[in-house]
Design a protein around this ligand. Sequence first.
Ligand code: 13P
Length: 391
Amino acid sequence: MQAKMQTRAVSGRAAARSRVSTTKVVCRALNSMESPYAEELKKTAAYISQKGKGILASDESNATTGKRLESVGVENTEDNRRAWRELLYTAPGLGQYISGAIMFEETLYQKARDGRQFVDILLAQGIYPGIKVDTGLQILPGDKGETTTQGLDGLADRCKAYRKQGARFAKWRAVVKIGEAGCPSTTAVLENAHGLARYAQICQENGLVPIVEPEVTLGPGDYSIEETAFWSERVYSHTMRLLNEYGVVLEGILLKPNMCLPGLDAPVASPQLVAEVTTRTMMRSIPPAVPGIHFLSGGMSEEESTLNLQALNEACPNAPWALTFSYGRALQSSTLKTWAGKESNWAAAQDILLKLAKANSEASTGSFKGPHPVPGGGRILQALRTGGAGK
Ligand code: 13P
């Protein structure tokens, strides 16, 4: 009897030892991230999320860029899209405030009028070129208008080609709709988390830092800031869980979420309330291993985007992650209106871009004192773009 018990104890210990050693092997594999790019990815992510800098999101599809250009009387031609991006990337001194620029595929391969590649112009400013790799939103079955994001087919090969052209990071935008009965569905939350995790895994395998963008979108309705926070926490937690499941190394990603805001028909929340609720949501769902949280502007006005970012950094001065920006509309809207396609406005438009970038850079360190370069403007809303190349 005693001998039997001893045998059982020994085999129990052996089983425990083998469990421990299996765990060790798995941990080693994940931590060392058996990708030839492991160390580079961590350094790139740390560089982009460095103190006082943020991302210029300029990866609008040709269709969306066209709509924006046409809104200021500029025709949607390849050369006009090229000229618009040239204005952005050649703004003198932009690299003081911007550490990464996200590009659309067409732009990644374009050149300035003096023949220099855009990627070289950006690198000379200390700005890493990035690339939007998703191919847009598709409506999920059902009648709620929920979406999933496409672009996994052929992604590994595209990442390799984009890296060869100079890209060092990527973006994939998943949109989760709230504010309507039945939204978000569990299907939408899980499907979007799965897509983000698979995308992130493929990017890391192929030498690109993935920006993981789970956007709980600002939409119509009078839902409260707490409702946004509830769903945001859930969406980010599921996304992090899936990133873990797919062996994505968190030190080598950047997160691009929404700030927590009430619905468009509810009264606007103060920056202090946005900061308090958003910080709580991040603390509950985003591990400190993620180097940078780069908020999208998501329709906030240019001033609101800066003031909310400033309040976030005031509320959370010792946050484990950089709390900074990856703004599209909040950096480009007034810049585009100022340019309006006229050569004579080129310098003035670059000047407003620099002022907006500087204001947000200061807000990302909690040191923005104002006045804001574009005070009091309204929300910059756009229709949800589905079925095409996205943003
Ligand atoms: P906005 O700042 O205009 O929301 O754009 C950020 C972005 O890249 C969304 O995918």
